[in-house]
Design a protein around this ligand. Structure first.
Ligand code: SF4
Length: 343
């Protein structure tokens, strides 16, 4: 256990030991509260007053929520979470049209991948998150009071560059919170060694790949990772991954006006998808002041989806939720800029 780790991610018996509790069932009681997102001993009402008093100086989580922004129209909630060393990350709770909730978690502070259309990419990389810091994001979101049905690793960072922590957090979500692997999605910008490592780990979560462009040279100009691992290497890794798990892969396609929405782009997307069991998730770009790209018009989106229909490609269009609180895809990063002055 490092100096900052507290009770998050621990099993009931480990909690009892860490807190030197006299009765082992108290460890189970505390673990049950924590798993519901209750992170204050005062609110653990089945503990005796005496026990709560004896624990008043013990820390449950290593991080704290430092700001909360809600978008009532979409039901999205974004939390700014201050880590033990002062860095701030963000986690978002998204609600779909049926009210089903998804927790979008960060895996790193900032990101080194530098994708040109992503605000997090403009921040640079600070450090990897520990597993307990990933779990804490989920528990803070769970503390919003409703059941969360899905987890996606699509917040700040390239998840597959911090795979050990992500896998440890996934083990906690699965083993201790009962979250099925099918409800957990790991996202990557195309870090091929990470896709291979995930396949070797034999943890059958879902995989989403931020494809964005199926033309090698255009993709390389938008996503520096594509200069290291070409589209053909990426496709080979995805085919190998699919041979292991047999799971459908999601190809995230951030639509950038005038860049990747022409008929020729649809043709290249068709050729990349061939042989893969994949669904294409179209995400109209969310504009940000520091990024030069534009959101495609509805006419542009319609023309592109018409091309995809004509080619028989299976796709969905994501309604961007949380845009008003900068909690939508590629928008996380804002307060990270401010914290550098504070630290
Ligand atoms: S899209 Fe993902 S991998 Fe690319 S810079 Fe943003 S956070 Fe990093």
């Amino acid at each position: 256990m490092d100096n900052y780790r507290t009770l998050i991610g621990l099993k009931a018996d480990e909690i009892a030991k860490a807190l030197e509790l006299k009765k082992s069932f108290q460890g189970r009681q505390i673990q049950a509260w924590i798993s519901k997102g209750v992170l204050s001993f005062d609110k653990m009402t089945d503990l005796s007053l005496e026990t709560r008093e004896s624990l008043k100086d013990a820390r449950i989580a290593s991080s704290t929520v430092c700001y909360r922004e809600a978008d009532p129209a979409s039901g999205a909630v974004k939390l700014g979470i201050k880590l033990y060393d002062g860095f701030i990350i963000e986690a978002v709770l998204l609600s779909d049209s049926e009210g089903s909730l998804t927790a979008c978690l960060s895996s790193q502070v900032g990101c080194a991948m530098g994708c040109k259309f992503c605000r997090t990419g403009t921040m640079g990389f600070k450090r990897n998150l520990e597993a307990y810091e990933i779990i804490e994001q989920f528990l803070f979101l769970r503390g919003e009071g409703q059941a969360i049905e899905h987890i996606v690793f699509m917040g700040m960072g390239e998840c597959l560059l911090n795979l050990p922590s992500a896998l440890e957090a996934i083990a906690y979500f699965h083993d201790q919170l009962g979250m099925s692997h099918r409800r957990i999605t790991v996202s990557t910008c195309g870090y091929v060694p990470g896709i291979k490592a995930l396949a070797a780990a034999e943890v059958p979560v879902k995989l989403a790949v931020s494809l964005v462009d199926a033309d090698q040279s255009k993709r390389a100009s938008l996503m520096p990772i594509s200069r290291r691992f070409s589209l053909s290497e990426l496709k080979d890794a995805l085919l190998a991954y699919q041979r292991v798990y047999g799971r459908r892969i999601t190809l995230e396609y951030c639509m950038l006006s005038g860049i990747n929405t022409a008929a020729d782009d649809a043709a290249k997307l068709q050729s990349f998808s061939m042989g893969l069991d994949a669904v294409i998730n179209l995400i109209p770009f969310n504009e940000a002041a520091e990024l030069d790209f534009k959101t495609p018009s509805s006419k542009e989106i319609k023309a592109f989806t018409h091309e995809l229909d004509r080619r028989g490609l299976h796709y969905t269009t994501r309604v961007s939720r949380g845009r008003d609180i900068k909690g939508a895809c590629g928008q996380l990063a804002s307060k990270l800029e401010e914290q550098d002055d504070e630290r």
